[in-house]
Design a protein around this ligand. Structure first.
Ligand SMILES: Nc1ncnc2c1ncn2[C@@H]1O[C@H](COP(=O)(O)OP(=O)(O)OP(=O)(O)O)[C@@H](O)[C@H]1O
Ligand SMILES: [Mg+2]
Length: 163
């Protein structure tokens, strides 16, 4: 588990961008955290770093949005789904197999319906209003192999780093 801390929405976008630099087609990133924790903000920074120029907005009502970039981004929000079968029906593994990276808000809820090979990013409130704790953990081989690279990429946001 890698832990980090961000100081503003833009800081979270930058952290997400640093992680996107390690992402490749077929990857799944599950975002966990309460309402307003910063999951969509994270997805924005992640997508920007994949070369997506279009504004990335909350997919709450559409469930899944697909953006063309250096790697295609599948941005999903499963908050409104009542049954895990509905997550299965979104066919996220099939979408990433076709050359995309999936970023899924409320992904921890969806995890039981998805293959056990993803990166979980959890955003939580911290002491200050604009601060968030970010914990990053690999589940399965795809991201476990990049654990060291991830830790290096996130070093700047290490809990004890900087003023
Ligand atoms: N360090 C930070 N990182 C991210 N967002 C922050 C931070 N500090 C403050 N914020 C604010 O918190 C809010 C995060 O909203 P966002 O829509 O990303 O949350 P969310 O987790 O996607 O919520 P939802 O579950 O409703 O989709 C924004 O208003 C953002 O400006
Ligand atoms: Mg959101």
């Amino acid at each position: 588990m890698i832990t980090a801390r961000t100081k503003s929405p833009d800081d979270t976008r930058e952290l997400a961008g640093a992680m996107a630099g390690l992402a490749r087609a077929g990857d799944v990133v599950l975002l966990a955290g309460e309402l307003g924790a910063g999951k969509t903000v994270f997805a924005q920074g992640f997508g920007r770093a994949l070369g997506i120029e279009e504004p990335i907005t909350s997919p709450s009502f559409t469930l899944v949005r697909i953006y063309p970039g250096r790697v295609r981004l599948v941005h999903a929000d499963v908050y409104r789904l009542d049954h895990l079968q509905e997550v299965v029906d979104l066919a996220l593994p099939e979408l990433v197999d076709e050359g995309a990276v999936a970023v899924v808000e409320w992904g921890d809820v969806a995890a039981p319906a998805l293959p056990a090979d993803y990166l979980e990013v959890r955003l939580e409130w911290s002491e200050a209003e604009d601060e968030r704790r970010v914990s990053v953990g690999a589940v399965g081989p795809a991201w476990s192999a990049r654990q060291g690279a991830l830790a290096a990429a996130l070093g700047r946001w290490g809990r004890d780093a900087g003023p």
